[in-house]
Design a protein. Structure first.
Length: 226
């Protein structure tokens, strides 16, 4: 099994994230994914319910999951709707002539936001996933639905997805002044970990964060383990 540069395999699939010890956000009784454009980027908005999502053609993706901190969960099987399918069927009808979309913001119920180039989000293996390894997504991994972009570091893959925002230019990064400023493209095989520093250089620093973040994230888990 070959992993991208600087990654090492872990057993299972840990809960991990900037939420650290916070429990997963409450899920509304009737969850929707809001699809909208920033500053007139789309001609209208839609609120896609999970029932609407379930009617779109489905896809299965087998992939490893790579966190920028350096751990990889291997052999995951995701099911859901390809982002490309959602885009073709629900977003293209809202496009405004001569207003090209360049970036997409994925927002979670916990307020988490990730920014991707539209081209990266349109890769074949990018899914809006509602099932993992044959079961509905649990709260550790982003219930009720999450983004999964296996070719990019995990921070792109927003859990508890509730809003997809389309932009005509790069939205301001929320972590611009952070020492761990996220790379804009975050492609795992190119080791695009950090916005300015080479991936190789930040590896040891990021790796040191795995233990503490993993332990804190497990503390916020609401999944019963037997
Ligand atoms: N809503 C939300 N999504 C998130 C995060 C988060 O804190 N909140 N953390 C990101 C990071 S850094 C990683 S590595 C993955 C971890 O996914 P997992 O908890 O399913 O392992 O989720 C990503 N998506
Ligand atoms: Mo991560």
């Amino acid at each position: 099994m070959t992993l991208p540069p600087g990654q090492h395999a872990v057993d299972g699939f840990p809960r991990f994230g900037t939420h650290i010890h916070h429990p997963p956000p409450p899920v509304p009784a009737e969850p929707v994914i809001e699809i909208c454009g920033a500053d007139g980027a789309l001609a209208g908005a839609v609120a896609l319910s999970l029932a609407d999502l379930a009617e779109l053609p489905r896809q299965e993706v087998g992939a490893d999951f790579h966190c920028v901190a350096g751990w990889s969960a291997t052999g995951l099987r995701w099911e859901g709707v390809a982002f490309g399918t959602l885009h073709r069927l629900r977003v293209e009808p809202l496009l405004v002539p001569d207003v090209p979309i360049s970036h997409v913001v994925f927002e979670g119920l916990d307020g988490y936001r990730s920014i991707a180039l539209l081209d990266d989000a349109l890769a074949d293996d990018v899914l809006i996933a509602d099932r993992l390894d044959g079961r509905p997504l649990d709260s550790d991994h982003g219930a009720p639905v999450r983004l999964v972009s296996p070719g990019q570091y995990g921070f792109i893959s927003t859990k508890h997805l509730c809003r997809i925002e389309f932009h005509t230019s790069e939205p301001p990064a929320t972590d611009r002044w952070s020492p761990i400023a996220a790379h804009r493209r975050a492609r795992v095989w190119q080791e695009e970990r950090h916005r300015r520093l080479p991936g190789r250089v930040v590896r040891p620093v990021y790796r040191a964060l795995i233990g503490p973040i993993r332990a804190l994230s497990a503390r916020g888990s609401r999944v019963m383990r037997t």
